[in-house]
Design a binder for this molecule. Structure first.
Ligand code: SF4
Ligand code: SF4
Length: 175
């Protein structure tokens, strides 16, 4: 078995993480950086330094929105969202519980609705998340404001080809 860095680089199968020279352009443009316990370039540094356990327990790897702003800004085209996807899988495989458990529960709620209907259904996703976390009244005010502004829809259309969605989920599921 290789080092943590070698393992991650092998799975990225693209630009080597050692190409990062920590200019921090990724972190300064990341819309989620303020909420992360480790900034995008710090995540790379931790992979380089072999800080596997600490990183796999972090909330940062679950807060990334996969927006790809960091890749666009990076002078070396380091694929941070790809790296973060790999770290998420490693975290789940290792059965690691992140410091902020609610982040995982949000991901599970989101993917659950996509699996059922092919698209995210916001009311079902929120209800599932609230049941999982017991945070029934948290963010009610924000949710209500979003609803009034038309940012939350009560109904979402289902994807026509739901068989294809099921195939995607079953082909990526671990046996
Ligand atoms: S922008 Fe690229 S080179 Fe600069 S710190 Fe981020 S990943 Fe590293
Ligand atoms: S892909 Fe993730 S790490 Fe990169 S800028 Fe977007 S939220 Fe930040």
């Amino acid at each position: 078995m290789g080092s943590f860095l070698e393992d991650v680089n092998k799975q990225i199968n693209g630009v080597d993480l050692q190409n990062c020279y920590h200019c921090q352009k990724c972190s300064s443009g990341c819309p989620m950086a303020a909420a992360m316990d480790f900034k995008p370039n710090e995540i790379i540094r931790m992979v380089q330094m072999g800080q596997r356990d600490l990183l796999l327990r972090s909330s940062a790897i679950w807060l990334c929105a996969s927006c790809e702003t960091c890749v666009t800004r990076c002078p070396n085209a380091v694929d941070i969202p790809r790296m973060i996807d790999i770290l998420r899988v490693m975290s789940l495989d290792a059965g690691v519980v992140p410091h902020d458990r609610e982040v995982i529960q949000f991901h599970e709620s989101f993917l659950g609705t996509v699996k059922r209907g092919g698209r995210v259904n916001e009311p079902i996703m929120i209800a599932t998340y609230k049941l999982k976390t017991g945070t029934y009244l948290k963010d009610v005010g924000v949710g209500f404001k979003m609803f009034l502004k038309g940012k939350l829809s009560l109904f979402s259309p289902r994807t026509k080809n739901r068989k294809a969605i099921r195939r995607i989920f079953s082909s990526t599921a671990k046996s």
